[in-house]
Design a protein around this ligand. Structure first.
Ligand code: ATP
Ligand code: MG
Length: 428
């Protein structure tokens, strides 16, 4: 039997309600803040990610799915969306003169990682990009919007960590400082981190190895921001205070990707164990220019949808545990038509069509099964009503209407059935 590839998962009909809930909640919140949806291709030229994320990052070196297509082009399955969106903005001139281009997205991303709970090779993200302003108010607003999204989803016990990497110059001096802090521990770092020490010391903070994590948690960290960047960060924090966002300042939040500058942040959720990061984001003021556009500052974030779904499945993570979305079911029809006697199938098929024409979700069994078996199926798929067509009633132009929830039934004229459902208000 052919199975789904390691690290990929089917999202089954029973789970889709939860996924829709997450994506629709995101859409609602992001719309309120002025964001419009964008969908970019899943495949891009590999060089887009190599240039933006950085050719020495784990994502590019170890995790990116790259292949040569039939024309010999070097193609990548997107590992994240920011670079694609910036590419799309430049290519389609989506920049608003003097304003901010606000975009959101949701879709699959691909990284060849070791699969485990909350970590897959094809996973989904929902995120935003605000392109066109360096205002610290935007940073505060973007972080506050991420919180609003979590609150609207009903998730609690999350923590926001913020930091500023400063401008390109500050990043260089902060790296020098970190190098000095890590130098005494160099021998004890893993082989990868020894390489990171030379190429980009910030990435040591993102190492997943326990021994490196202990070192990274204990090294001295200090901020090395220039006057402008220090003021920017102060204003971001001021903005967060204004908006009532509670955060922790943590110099260890560095985000390993090359394109980040100034504000960076992460949100974790307590109940998710080792994979507790649900959202990551930050400023990328040099990326638009780097990819061939005008010098345009920008900021964004991405949530991992699998991890949001995991949090939503845990009553302990919810503001209202009784509203747990742990066991959602696929949508059920409003009406099930059960037929006693093969001769009535034509009538039943016609009624099914009339109900659907009136936009009433309805279902029947297409095989001739016993009435009992049909009613069992109506129960199983969660139909709210059953219309039972029996020979005797049908001769009088009648059917039996059974309320599956109240377990009560009544005889009705067949011709009134569609109107009846309109009256009961099943139609939205
Ligand atoms: P991690 O430290 O967990 O590897 P990351 O720094 O690689 O995360 P980002 O690239 O910033 O993550 O992605 C933002 C969010 O996307 C993460 O916080 C996480 O929720 C989710 N995410 C990232 N990689 C995966 C994956 N392989 N499977 C599922 N979700 C993921
Ligand atoms: Mg990762």
């Amino acid at each position: 039997m052919i199975k789904a590839l390691r690290g990929t998962k089917d999202i089954l009909p029973d789970e889709i309600t939860l996924w829709d809930y997450i994506e629709n909640t995101g859409r609602d919140i992001f719309n309120i803040y002025g964001y419009n949806e964008i969908r970019t291709p899943v495949i891009e030229e590999a060089s887009l990610f190599i240039r933006s994320i950085g050719d020495a990052t784990d994502i590019v070196q170890k995790e990116m799915y790259v292949f040569s297509d039939r024309g010999g082009r070097n193609i990548a399955l997107r590992p994240e969306a920011t670079a694609s969106i910036v590419r799309a903005c430049i290519e389609n001139s989506l920049f608003h003169a003097g304003g901010v281009t606000k975009l959101f997205y949701t879709g699959p991303m691909f990284r060849a990682e070791r699969p485990q709970q909350g970590r897959q090779r094809q996973f989904y993200q929902i995120g935003v990009e605000a392109i066109g302003s360096d205002s610290p108010f935007i940073d505060a607003e973007v972080i506050a919007m991420a919180i609003k999204f979590l609150e609207k989803l009903g998730i609690k016990k999350f923590h926001i960590k913020v930091n500023s990497l400063g401008c390109q110059k500050d990043k260089a001096s902060v790296m020098e400082k970190h190098k000095e802090s890590f130098r005494p521990h160099l021998e004890k770092l893993c082989a990868d981190c020894k390489g990171r020490f030379e190429k980009n010391v910030l990435r040591i903070f993102d190492c997943k190895k326990d021994s490196c994590k202990v070192i990274a948690e204990n090294v001295k960290t200090e901020s090395a921001l220039c006057g402008d960047c220090a003021e920017h960060f102060k204003q971001v924090k001021h903005g967060l205070d204004l908006l009532g966002v509670k955060y922790i300042e943590d110099h260890r939040i560095v985000r390993g990707l090359d394109y980040y500058t100034k504000t960076v942040f992460e949100i974790t959720q307590e109940d998710l164990g080792a994979k507790d990061a649900i959202c990551a984001g930050g400023r990328y003021n040099n990326l638009v220019k780097e990819l061939g556009g005008k010098d345009t500052p920008a900021i964004g974030f991405a949530f991992g949808i699998e991890r949001l779904a995991l949090a939503l499945a845990k009553p302990s993570s919810l503001a209202c545990p009784e509203r747990s979305r742990g066991k959602p079911r696929a949508s059920s029809p409003n009406v099930f038509i059960a037929v006693a006697g093969e001769r009535l199938y034509n009538e039943a098929f016609r009624l099914l069509n009339d109900l659907r024409k009136a936009e009433i979700s309805s279902e029947m069994d297409y095989e001739s099964k016993s009435l009992k078996a049909q009613m069992r199926r109506a129960e199983k798929i969660g139909a709210k009503f059953a219309v039972i067509m029996g020979e005797e009633e049908f001769k009088k132009g009648k059917v039996i209407l059974r309320d599956m929830e109240k377990h009560s039934q009544e005889e009705m004229d067949l011709k009134d059935i569609v109107m009846k459902f309109k009256k009961v208000g099943i139609v939205l």
